[in-house]
Design a protein around this ligand. Structure first.
Ligand code: C2E
Ligand code: CA
Ligand code: CA
Length: 551
């Protein structure tokens, strides 16, 4: 006979013929595969614990070295651009002051004196003089004594500035000079000065260029045209091109840019140096982590062994925490909470051992034990107190275990529960597989057992999502109740949860109520039931019964 409508699990009379016998073996298989999966996961984590910091150290050495080298070439390029800008500044100022003197004779004694002053005060200008056609007529070097043929102009800017880029002078025949001419005056500039930087590396490439003419004005080392092309209107760029780390920066004042490049061998050197330092650190961290993981796992597996021993030595018992009607303050029922006192008298908190049990198949044995203990404590209690209800907690694994209905049925029988006397507290994790959860909920409710959603608000589901499930109660988590009366930004959440639950016609039980203020707030906002230290701590069944029948 089917004891619980809508299920066939309880049909059949003998255990052997019972479809259940197959289910009874399931946990063994499940335990085995869980153990294997656990072992694999453990080894994976140990491997990750060791390899992680080592890989991280190597990666760090690489990225730190690259960044340091990038920063270095960028500072070289900025330095070059700074010198180039100072050259342009001095050229511009020198020519301007000669042109502005409005001398009728550009080679007069006073004009030559001015040229010499400019020459002396401008560190980047070798000489300055007056030019007619291709000839420098007079200058800060030769005065009026000698004139000098500069040769043809290489290019002229839009503003009429004439550039000669490779001029030889008798005072330094080995070097090339640039001559920049405007308004009849020209400055002679040593081309190498902007790129004459003192760098640690001999094989650094440096260049400075005029952007409008696509001309590299001065350079040393390898410069590839594609690097300059990559600048493409940007303020600055950093790039790694085969074998080189390159930085190009634009002048903030002029249409000019400067470049610096270093061979990648310097990065490799730096990486090697850093790796030598970081690798042992990574290895030590990895080993420490692996040891920590090992101990954690060992303590978990020893906890599992303790749990098994605890079950066989009957170290578990139940406490019951009263649930009250907030309006009448009458006790309407209780939540059954598992307690474990180890052989040495040491209590173990469920928050510690339940998650460990949930990770293994042990939770199933624990739930079975809970149902047995409650059944024993509350033997036939509903025959005398049909208005009470008792709630038991189930884990997600129980929820999908095929014998959950049989466990509940046995509990119903032991407590003489009628419809609505028993309640199952399931967490949002139980609803993860929506279609399976719906069918389990339907079967549990068909068996006359109510469903409460525990720790509501701490999981993933939204209230509207809950509409899809036939849930009788939601339990408002203590973390939200704690915020009542506190001027915290999250304190409005509880009001929101209450409103939404009301609009969906769901009943509510508030958890962890510790103060009168919280109780009043909840009652005024339409929450019917509550549990918490304000009304009673978890206690042995006898005590609970006394309290419930006298209040
Ligand atoms: P839970 O289901 O949310 O149970 C409520 C917890 O809040 C209980 O802790 C209870 O003692 C505590 N509590 C109740 N009122 C107050 C209050 O006013 N203030 C404070 N600070 N705490 C309050 P407990 O008994 O330590 O249980 C912790 C968790 O362990 C439970 O949370 C539940 O998730 C799990 N658990 C307990 N018993 C069982 C069980 O039989 N089966 C399963 N699967 N899980 C259980
Ligand atoms: Ca609970
Ligand atoms: Ca809870």
């Amino acid at each position: 006979m089917a004891l619980i409508p809508g299920t066939q699990i309880f049909s059949g009379s003998s255990r052997d013929k019972n479809p259940f016998s197959a289910v009874l073996q399931a946990p063994t298989r499940k335990t085995y595969s869980l153990t294997l999966a656990r072992k694999l996961i453990i080894w994976f984590f140990v491997a990750v614990a060791i390899a992680g910091p080592v890989v991280l150290a190597l990666h760090q050495a690489r990225s730190v070295s690259l960044q340091a080298e990038m920063d270095k070439v960028t500072s070289y390029a900025l330095d070059v651009q700074n010198r180039a800008d100072m050259t342009t500044d001095q050229t511009d100022a020198g020519i301007r002051s000669l042109a502005q003197s409005k001398a009728t004779d550009p080679c007069s004694a006073s004009q030559i004196k001015l040229m010499r002053q400019i020459d002396l005060s401008s560190s980047y200008i070798q000489a300055i003089g007056h030019v007619e056609g291709e000839t420098m007529i007079c200058s800060s070097i030769w005065g009026n004594r000698e004139s000098f043929n500069l040769g043809p102009v290489d290019f002229t800017s839009k503003r009429g500035i004439k550039f000669r880029t490779n001029v030889n002078f008798p005072f330094d025949p080995a070097s090339k000079y640039a001559v920049i001419e405007r308004d009849g005056y020209a400055a002679i500039i040593h081309k190498q000065l902007p790129i004459d930087a003192t760098t640690q590396e001999k094989d650094v490439s440096l260049a400075t260029m005029w952007l409008d003419y696509g001309q590299v004005y001065a350079s040393k080392g390898t410069i590839k045209p594609e690097w300059i092309k990559a600048l493409n209107g940007k303020k600055s760029i950093q790039l790694v091109d085969d074998g080189y780390v390159v930085a190009i920066v634009r002048s903030p004042k002029y249409r000019a840019a400067s470049l610096a490049a270093l061979p990648k061998t310097y990065i490799n050197q730096r990486i090697n140096e850093l790796t030598l330092f970081l690798l042992p650190v990574g290895l030590v961290c990895g080993l420490l982590l692996a040891i920590a993981v090992f101990y954690l796992i060992r303590s978990q597996s020893s906890m599992q062994a303790f749990l098994k021993a605890g079950l066989s030595r009957n170290e578990f018992f139940m406490h019951y925490q009263p649930i009250v009607d907030l309006t009448t303050r009458k006790c309407v029922g209780a939540e059954a909470l598992l307690r474990w006192e180890r052989a040495n008298g040491e209590p173990m908190r469920p928050e510690i051992f339940i998650p460990v049990a949930e990770e293994s198949a042990l939770i199933h044995s624990i739930t079975e034990r809970v149902a047995k203990l409650v059944g024993k404590d509350a033997q036939k209690v509903f025959a005398e107190h049909p208005d009470f209800h008792l709630a038991v907690n189930v884990s997600a694994a129980d929820f999908y275990a095929e014998d959950i209905l049989q466990i509940l049925h046995s509990l119903k029988e032991a407590t003489a529960a009628g419809a609505g006397n028993l309640m199952v507290e399931a967490t949002e994790r139980c609803l993860m597989d929506a279609s399976a959860a719906k069918s389990v909920i339907t079967q549990i409710r068909a068996a006359g057992v109510q469903i409460a959603l525990d720790d509501f608000g701490t999981g993933y589901s939204s209230l509207s999502y809950l509409d899809a499930f036939q849930i009788d109660y939601i339990k408002i988590d203590k973390s939200f109740v704690d915020k009542i009366g506190i001027d915290a930004p999250t304190s409005y959440v509880v009001a929101h949860i209450i409103e939404m639950a009301k609009s969906m016609g769901m009943k509510m039980i508030a958890e962890g109520v510790e103060t009168e203020e919280q109780a009043t707030y909840l009652r005024e906002h339409g929450v019917h039931y509550a549990q918490g230290w304000l009304f009673g701590m978890p206690m042995p069944f006898e005590e609970f019964l006394k309290l419930a029948t006298t209040r």
